[in-house]
Every structure is written in structure tokens, then in C-alpha cells.
Ligand binder design. Structure first.
Ligand SMILES: [Zn+2]
Ligand SMILES: [Zn+2]
Length: 334
């Protein structure tokens, strides 16, 4: 039997009796990262990368049974050697390497190959079988260097500050928000975080991640019309766009920061004034590079534009590539 099989519950290693990112309740789960489409509640026991333990507890509950494993550290489950390697996706994200009787699998979870300065950079891991995502697996996706995007972001913030507009930046609360915060220019003004992001910040700071100064938007009414607050930048998760916090803010400009901004008109889109194209997933050339660098002959494509990417790998790189479906993935940047 194959070392890893694809089941209704997710990726499963029968020899080790462990699931990777399972979709429903199982006794033992290895979780690649704490985003909600990978880390689900109800597992008997969790294994994740050490720096991801606190954020996993924040999302799934303080009482979960969880073991942290540092990058590169090895454990054995019924003879299967298991190790985690940086996926470069968000803080605490890991690729899972499983090795048994000379057969090596890597399940990459979500990943990006360029270093973002926040999370440890992606490491290519040699394997025979590589499971890759393909969230942005179309040739149209090609990211600019992140420092160019952050330059544009700070320019937008500066212009708003000069015009007395509070800047509101939408970004996912785990990963994207902290990546943005890391590069915001505090000479322009203060960085204020929605409570959901503040909670994630505290969990990540306690795990050693750093991303600059910030304050939490208090539960009391904040006077965003005052001079200093109108120079501030407020970071919110996308689902807070029409929430109560927004109602308190006077003149403002809203920007969304997402890889999907590459294919959406940034103007007049759902109350968003500006779009910044920045993703925590690999773009098309990075996906191809990651698959090539793994040395794998067998590639399994999940999550996103699976058919297109799989066909490309088969036809152009002569790999044994196939689409795998484990349950029903939500298509989400998280
Ligand atoms: Zn995902
Ligand atoms: Zn993710």
C-alpha cells in the first residue's frame, strides 16, 4: 500500500495511522498551519510546528491536545519518520515529510517560495511524491517583489494621511496582517488592529514573531476624527468591512490586500477603494519551481486550479502528475 492515501477525511498515512490536515474528526492529526481550511476542531491529538502551537490553540481552543515539533526535528510513528520543514506561507506553516522504507512523501500544505521576512523561508525538500497546492496555478499569476508592493502601500497611506483620511487595510488575520504590519512605515502614523488581528498578534508574538508596533482598536468608541487617528492605519479582516468598528470612522479609504486583487478591478469593488496584489501562496512560476526542485516524479495537485497545473506538469515537465480531491476544500486565501 502507498505510504500516503487520499481519503474522504483527508491525506492519510496508514502505516503511521495519522492524517494530515483532516477534514473531519480523527484521533491523530498533523496540521500544516492554523488557517481554517487546514486546522479543524475536534481532533483527538494535534501535531504542528512548534511556533504554530499558540495560534492553533487560539483558533481551536486552549484545551486541545497538541504537540509542537520544531522544523527539521524528527519523530517516529510506527516506524514512519516524520519531520516538518518551513513552507513560507504564514507563521508556523510547515511542509510534512514522511519517510518509510526508502519512500519519501512531502505534503506541502499551502506555501510560497519567496521569503517574506516574517516566517522562516520555504525550504525545498527532496522526495519521491510531492503534494502541492495550486491556489494560484494559472500562468496569469505572477507576483511583483513584495517590497514594491509595500512601497505602494506606504505611498497610499501617506497620501491618505495628508488628506485627513483614515486608512483601512483589509487582510487575513493570520499571516497577511502581520506581513503587512512588518513593512508599514510608522513615520506616517500609528498602526491599529481589529480585535481578531490583535488576538493573532499576541499569539504570534508569544511564539517569537515580530512585526512592529501596534495598538488594539478598543471596545470603547475611538475618535477617528482626531488628527492623530486620521493619520492612522487600521488593519481589519475582510469580514469586518461592514462591522461596527467601521461605523465609527469618519473620512476613510479602504484597501484590500490579496492575491485575488490581480484579477479583480480594484476600484468600486464592494466598498474597496484600492487593491494591493500580495499573496501568501506561490504564483505560477514559483509553483513550477517548487515542484521541479522537489525532485519528485509523482506529483499530486490539490486546492485551486488543479486541472491546469496538473496538465502543465504532465505535458511540459514529463511528471506523473494528477489531481487529487480530498473532501471538499473551501476556496479561500486562508
Ligand atoms: Zn489553504
Ligand atoms: Zn493557508
Amino acid at each position: 500500500m502507498s505510504l500516503v492515501v487520499f481519503t474522504e477525511l483527508g491525506f492519510y498515512c496508514p502505516q503511521a495511522d495519522v492524517y494530515i490536515d483532516p477534514l473531519r474528526k480523527v484521533s491523530r492529526a498533523i496540521v500544516t498551519h492554523a488557517h481554517s481550511d487546514h486546522a479543524r476542531p475536534g481532533m483527538g491529538h494535534y501535531l504542528c510546528e512548534s511556533s504554530g502551537v499558540e495560534i492553533l490553540k487560539l483558533r481551536l481552543g486552549k484545551g486541545i491536545s497538541v504537540q509542537g515539533l520544531a522544523y527539521g526535528e524528527t519523530i517516529y510513528m510506527n516506524g514512519v519518520e516524520i519531520a516538518l520543514f518551513p513552507a513560507g506561507h504564514v507563521p508556523g506553516s510547515a511542509q510534512v515529510r514522511l519517510s518509510y522504507l526508502g519512500e519519501v512523501w512531502v505534503i506541502s500544505g499551502d506555501y510560497k517560495t519567496v521569503a517574506d521576512g516574517l516566517s522562516p523561508a520555504f525550504e525545498s525538500v527532496q522526495c519521491h511524491h510531492f503534494v502541492t497546492e495550486s491556489t494560484f496555478g494559472l500562468p496569469i499569476f505572477h507576483w511583483r517583489p513584495q517590497m514594491e508592493v509595500f512601497h505602494d502601500m506606504n505611498t497610499w497611506w501617506q497620501r491618505n494621511a495628508e488628506n485627513g483620511f483614515t486608512s483601512i487595510m483589509l487582510g487575513y488575520s493570520l499571516g497577511k496582517a502581520q506581513r503587512i504590519m512588518k513593512y508599514l512605515d510608522r513615520n506616517i502614523g500609528d498602526v491599529i488592529c481589529h480585535s481578531a488581528i490583535a488576538d493573532a498578534n499576541m499569539a504570534l508574538e508569544s511564539s517569537g514573531f515580530t512585526f512592529g508596533s501596534w495598538t488594539e482598536a478598543g471596545k470603547a468608541v475611538v475618535d477617528f476624527s482626531s488628527d492623530s487617528l486620521s493619520r492612522s492605519l487600521l488593519i481589519c479582516p475582510p469580514n469586518a468591512l461592514n462591522g461596527p468598528l467601521m461605523q465609527q470612522i469618519g473620512k476613510h479609504s479602504v484597501a484590500n490586500c490579496s492575491g485575488w486583487m490581480a484579477v479583480r478591478k480594484s476600484k468600486n469593488w464592494g466598498g474597496v477603494d484600492e487593491g494591493f496584489v500580495l499573496s501568501d501562496h506561490a504564483d505560477w512560476p514559483q509553483l513550477i519551481d517548487a515542484v521541479s526542485a522537489s525532485g519528485a516524479e509523482h506529483v499530486y495537485v490539490t486546492h485551486g486550479f488543479t486541472e491546469v497545473f496538473s496538465r502543465y506538469l504532465t505535458e511540459n515537465l514529463s511528471l506523473q502528475a494528477e489531481v487529487v480531491r480530498v473532501g471538499h476544500w473551501n476556496r479561500t486565501e486562508e
